[in-house]
Design a binder for this molecule. Structure first.
Ligand code: ADP
Length: 334
């Protein structure tokens, strides 16, 4: 269980709910996306038709599910929630589609993980608002074409490139979510703290924001751990030093790096003199699976400029050496 994982950890989605904004105005940051979406929704409302299908693309924890719920709420329509992996057969999707009411929003999380047959059924339904329902089994089975009322699909994906182009082409609006700058995460933390009834002193939101890896889900998670700290220490309000102490307990440093990230950088710098080092050697050195190092640690380290991947292997940057308190290229043994 990694505190700085952008994926939800077990049991967390429930507590996530209370921190979700319900209207577009309450959604922090992403100003261009919000303006586009506002226009898109206003136009649909004015024309009195359900809006075109929407694709939300971007890394986990940046607000895709939240936005889908906001869209349904702003339109005043119900939302049905499913996901690519939850749909095992095209028939599962057919039955969901055939039960949708006019104007309803169908949210499909991880839409890139739909089985192929379901994908095909979906893009026909999105385009023509019809679905073929299979009746009966075996040689006597037949398919009945069913006309659907107009509805709006909102797809969310962390891997836009994995969506087949016929499906991608059915979305009238595609939004790309980006990591949040510190100022926006500060606002988000401030908002969440007030929802949780946790008074924050000046500077506390900043201390949380810089450790949150540009990711609202992580910011909210860290904030809850800081709340634990405040509860246990009977604090009337939380100061920046409380945030630092509480998160140091979880071994999260000023750049949002945790124990494993630091172990990776430390191994490259101290054991391999800054690199290049192959992934497998590196993973062995820190006692993790190569895949964990590659998919869990590296993306953030690369994004933040601590590490580069070269054809010869991983190399620690100047920023990594400095973050570890070392002179770049200073020999670990001398
Ligand atoms: P995703 O679906 O992209 O994985 P979620 O929509 O589930 O992410 O967001 C994770 C958490 O972060 C939720 O608690 C959500 O309310 C919060 N959150 C995400 N983006 C924002 C935002 N822009 N403003 C306020 N809260 C946000």
């Amino acid at each position: 269980l990694r505190m700085v994982s952008a994926q939800p950890i077990a049991g967390e989605p429930v507590s996530d709910e209370e921190l979700r904004p319900h209207v577009l105005d309450g959604f922090i940051g992403q100003p261009r996306l919000k303006a586009q979406l506002q226009l898109f929704l206003d136009a649909a409302r004015k024309r009195e038709v359900p809006p075109d299908h929407i694709l939300l693309a971007g890394p986990p924890g940046l607000g895709k599910t939240t936005l889908a719920m906001i869209v349904a709420n702003e339109l005043g329509v119900p939302i049905r929630v499913t996901s690519g992996p939850a749909i095992q057969h095209a028939g599962d999707l057919a039955s969901i589609l055939s039960s949708l009411d006019a104007g309803e929003v169908l949210f499909i999380d991880e839409i890139h993980r739909l089985p192929r047959a379901a994908e095909e059924l979906l893009y026909i339904a999105m385009e023509d608002f019809r679905v073929d329902v299979m009746v009966g089994k075996g040689p006597g089975a037949s398919s009945i074409p069913l006309t659907l009322p107009r509805f709006t699909v909102i797809g969310a994906t962390t891997r836009e490139g994995m969506l087949p182009s016929p499906l991608r082409a059915r979305f009238g609006f595609t939004a790309h979510l980006d990591f949040y700058p510190h100022e926006e995460l500060e606002k988000l933390v401030t908002r969440s703290a007030s929802v949780l009834g946790l008074p924050l002193d000046d500077g506390s939101a900043h201390e949380l924001a810089v450790r949150s890896r540009g990711t609202p889900r992580i910011a909210n998670r860290l904030l809850r751990r800081v709340r634990d700290w405040a509860v246990v220490h009977d604090l009337a309000s939380v100061g920046p030093a409380d945030v630092r102490e509480a998160l140091a307990l979880y071994q999260i440093d000023t750049e949002g790096l945790d124990r494993l990230d630091i172990a990776v950088l430390d191994a490259i710098v101290r054991s391999f003199d800054g690199g290049p080092v192959g992934l497998n050697n590196l993973a062995a050195m820190v006692g993790e699976e190569s895949e964990t190092v590659e998919t869990v640690c590296e993306p953030y380290l690369v994004r933040e400029g601590f590490l580069v991947r070269t054809p010869k292997g991983r190399v620690a940057t100047r920023k990594a050496w400095e973050h570890l308190g070392l002179e770049p290229r200073e020999r670990a043994d001398g």
